[in-house]
Design a protein around this ligand. Structure first.
Ligand SMILES: [Zn+2]
Length: 253
């Protein structure tokens, strides 16, 4: 399984428009972060988690010929706003399978009514194949995916586990029984917004505590704000099995 970090930034991305913060002005490519998403390539099957506003740019940087599924974590714009840009895949493949909680699917139907319309569709508008999921394992192609239910303050979010890889973003609290589902993962991706506490995201300290509890072989931090600091400086402070993810990083599991 190959995982590509398509984006590792928080909702505004880095640099933030108009910001003169030193991290926003950094020339290190690892300090430039698009909105969070990952591409999972498993036995020729291509899965993207979330489809945010940078989707087009992300797929131009990491081109794949086929998109077999999009799994949504939740409905916030930084995770969904790029759905229109599935058009090139739709033209090649037809309806693109999307997987989401019922509430998230409802939100997508409102935001992208023309994509979900069944009559009088505008020619050229893409279509999706809806797969409403609950907090139970499901199949994407022949691959089992286990959702992990987490809370982003009051918003429910799904993390996903595929084989020994787990991806959780936008988490602030996670129930013990959901944590159980992460036992034995080799690679854990978890959100860490910044050093200071935040009402709906793990900060760095909370993320590191969580990683210690799960004890994966390797952990990667994502959904990072510019106020976290320079990539190189923050990385130097982390335990040796913990890495700040960066855009276009590829790992093999
Ligand atoms: Zn987010």
């Amino acid at each position: 399984m190959k995982v590509t970090f398509l984006g590792t930034g928080t909702s505004q991305g880095i640099p933030v428009i108009g910001s003169t913060h030193p991290v926003c002005l950094s020339e290190d490519d690892k300090d430039k972060r698009l909105r969070v998403s990952v591409l999972i390539e498993v036995e020729g099957f291509n899965i993207v988690i979330d489809c945010g506003p940078d989707f087009r740019q992300q797929m131009l940087s990491n081109p794949i010929e086929r998109l077999d599924a999009i799994l949504f974590t939740h409905e916030h714009s930084d995770h969904t706003a790029g759905l229109d840009d599935i058009r090139p895949y739709f033209f090649q493949q037809g309806d693109i399978p999307v997987f989401a909680h019922e509430r998230v699917m409802d939100s997508l139907r409102k935001r992208f009514d023309y994509i979900f319309a069944s009559e009088n569709k505008y020619p050229g508008a893409p279509s999706v194949r809806e797969n409403v999921i609950q907090n139970e394992p499901f199949k994407v192609g022949k691959h089992q995916v286990t959702p992990i239910d987490v809370m982003h303050n009051r918003v429910q979010v799904f993390g996903y586990r595929i084989q020994e890889f787990a991806y959780i973003t936008d988490a602030k609290t996670i129930e013990e029984e959901e944590i159980e589902k992460l036992k034995g993962v080799d690679v854990l991706v978890i959100n860490a917004l910044r050093k200071e506490p935040h009402h709906s995201h793990f900060n760095l300290e909370e993320a590191l505590k969580f990683i210690e509890k799960i004890n994966p072989k390797k952990a990667y931090l994502t959904h990072i704000s510019h106020v976290m600091g320079f990539h190189e400086e923050v990385q130097a402070t982390l335990p040796k099995n913990v890495f700040l993810a960066y855009d276009n990083l590829q790992i093999t599991i």
